[in-house]
Structures are given as structure tokens and as C-alpha cells.
Design a protein around this ligand. Structure first.
Ligand code: GLU
Length: 323
């Protein structure tokens, strides 16, 4: 398969210092693989509520100002919803997707009854309340039957699946799903215990990132996912969905995060969200700062295309291997 990488921004705001790192890294990773490899850009506007009008176009313009030009016309998720629908239907047909009528409050109450307070990134682990039906409530979301799928998941070469009994905690469920990140090394997660049956689509419309990203990466033939480290935690869920849908698993590399002045992950609260790409010298400075985050040396080039070309061999030496 032709080597393919992609940058997949959500148009919830302009390109910022952190997303430029992911864009640059995914571009370099493709270019370092040679002229046959493709770099794609996908505007991830499937979660329509969080997206801002015109922001996708603005991001594409910012990328172009940095000379980060996709090899094919950008893809927009909102124009691909028939694909997500088809994938959800396939999961439903196999009993791997079911409707859930629980509100956040219902989930909290169910967890309290079970005496569980386990929380990840502010999200409660779904306790499986609607696995056996909606209990008379209207459907609010479709969920992936993680536990059911894991229970009879066959081991797949290349992506180790480990049966691990830990304090009786995950009795009856599968073990951990592990993958090797090209920068972070081995990463493992027990999805049913740490995440639970996760949302694929909200009943009122929006597609969940997990389903859309898996369908798109597969249909676009993405072989190498390079993206920010804040997304590492989603990867095990995405590998499960790839397996459930019969898709290949790409290689993964999660890039370092840009820290705000306070050392925290960059956010609107700690400033420095925006970058200036409005003039060639500003765009070059923004790219140069992103390259530093990736451990690449300062550029002596006078424009973006020359700077990018200069980092390609450096990137190849630092990162261009597959696990
Ligand atoms: N759209 C996601 C974001 O902007 C990135 C998705 C991905 O690279 O997998 O955070």
C-alpha cells in the first residue's frame, strides 16, 4: 500500500502552536518516506457542535502559508457521513453497537450504586446500564459493545492482546490492548475497564470522533498516523474499532505537546493559542518553533519550503522507523 500520512485538524479554532507541531510532524514523516508517499489533510468537522464556520478554510490557508500543502484535495468529514452510517450499520448487524438512553446523571447514579468512582480525563467509565436494553428511555447515543467484543477478540499479530487478570477487576473481560508508539514505546490500555462501552454517535446527530477517525483513516489508506500526544489515550479504542470493522491498523507516533508558560498543555486559558502565519517571515518563525518541539535543529533557511526540505533528513534520522 502507498505510504500515507495525514493531518486531521478539528475546525474548532485556528491552527495554534500545538496543532502546527502535529501538522509539521505528519508532513515530515511522509516526505521522509520518499516521493511516492502521500500527505493528506482532513477537516474533522463530524462533531458539528464544536466547529466554527469558516474555520476549516482558515486552517487550510494557514497551512498553505507555511508551505504545508496536501497532495490531494482536503476531505471534510461532514461530506462523508454516509460512510460512518455504513460502518455503524455493520457494527449493529454484528451486535457490536447498541442504543443507550443514559444521561450523564444516570451514569453517575449507576456508578454510585456500584460503589465505583473511577474516572479518566473527567469522563466516567460507562457501567453498561443499557447493554440489555433501553429500560424504557429514549435512545441518546449508540455505544460500541467494548466488553462483548473484547470477550471473544482473537489475537492479531502485530498488536498484542494480553490476558491479564488484575485483582479480579476485569473478570470476564479481555485483557489489555497494547501497541508500540514510534516515540513513546509500548502503550497498553484495558478499554473495557478504563473506558467502557464508548459512544459512536449521538442520537441527535453528531458522529463521535472515534468512529469517524477510524473509518476515514481506513478509507483514505492511512498507513502512518502522526498526531499530538494528547490523543494517545484514544488509540486503543481506535484499534478495537479497526478490528471490529476489519480494517488494518496503521503505525502511530504521538508528538510532544507544546507547553504554555505555566508548563501546562497549551490552552486558551494559559495564552499562546494563536500563531501568526500572515507573512512569510512570521510563518517561517512559527514553523521553526514547531520544529524545536520535535527536537529538530533551528533552520537557517530563508523561506518555509527550504526550511521544510532541510528538516526532512533530520526527521528521517530521528523518527523514520516503524515499530
Ligand atoms: N481532529 C483531532 C484533533 O484536532 C485529531 C484527530 C487525529 O489526528 O486523530 O484533535
Amino acid at each position: 500500500m502507498r505510504e500515507t500520512g495525514r493531518f486531521a485538524p478539528s475546525p474548532t479554532g485556528p491552527l495554534h502552536a500545538g496543532s502546527l507541531v502535529a501538522a509539521l510532524a505528519s508532513w515530515l514523516d511522509v516526505r521522509a518516506r520518499g516521493p511516492q508517499a502521500r500527505w493528506l489533510v482532513r477537516i474533522e468537522d463530524a462533531d458539528t457542535e464544536r466547529c466554527l464556520p469558516g474555520m476549516g478554510e482558515h486552517i487550510l490557508q494557514q497551512l498553505a502559508e507555511c508551505a504545508l500543502l496536501p497532495d490531494e484535495p482536503p476531505v471534510w468529514q461532514t461530506r462523508r457521513t454516509d460512510r460512518y452510517e455504513a460502518a455503524l450499520e455493520r457494527l449493529k448487524a454484528r451486535g457490536l453497537a447498541y442504543p443507550c438512553g443514559c444521561s450523564r446523571k444516570d451514569i453517575n447514579e449507576a456508578l454510585a450504586r456500584l460503589g465505583q468512582r473511577h474516572e479518566r480525563h473527567g469522563e466516567r467509565v460507562y457501567p453498561g446500564t443499557c447493554r440489555d436494553g433501553l429500560h424504557g428511555k429514549p435512545a441518546r447515543a449508540w455505544r460500541f459493545a467494548t466488553e462483548k467484543f473484547e470477550a471473544d477478540l482473537p489475537p492479531t499479530p502485530g498488536v498484542p492482546w494480553e490476558e491479564k487478570e488484575e485483582d479480579g477487576h476485569d473478570a470476564g473481560t479481555g485483557g489489555e490492548l497494547c501497541f508500540t508508539d514510534r516515540r513513546l514505546g509500548r502503550q497498553c490500555q484495558n478499554v473495557s475497564r478504563e473506558v467502557g462501552d464508548f459512544v459512536l454517535r449521538r442520537a441527535d446527530g453528531p458522529w463521535a470522533y472515534q468512529l469517524a477517525v477510524v473509518v476515514d483513516d481506513a478509507e483514505q489508506g492511512v498507513t502512518d498516523v502522526v498526531r499530538g500526544e494528547d490523543l494517545t489515550d484514544n488509540t486503543a479504542r481506535q484499534i478495537l474499532l479497526q478490528r471490529a470493522l476489519g480494517f488494518a491498523t496503521p503505525s502511530y507516533l504521538h508528538t510532544p505537546l507544546v507547553r504554555g508558560a505555566d508548563g501546562d498543555k497549551l490552552s486558551k486559558q494559559n495564552g499562546a493559542t494563536s500563531i501568526d502565519t500572515g507573512s512569510p517571515s512570521a510563518a517561517l518563525a512559527a514553523l521553526d518553533a514547531a520544529a524545536r518541539v520535535l527536537g529538530l535543529g533551528p533552520t537557517t533557511a530563508s523561506d518555509c519550503p527550504a526550511a521544510l526540505a532541510g528538516w526532512v533528513p533530520e526527521w528521517r534520522a530521528l523518527y523514520n522507523s516503524r515499530p
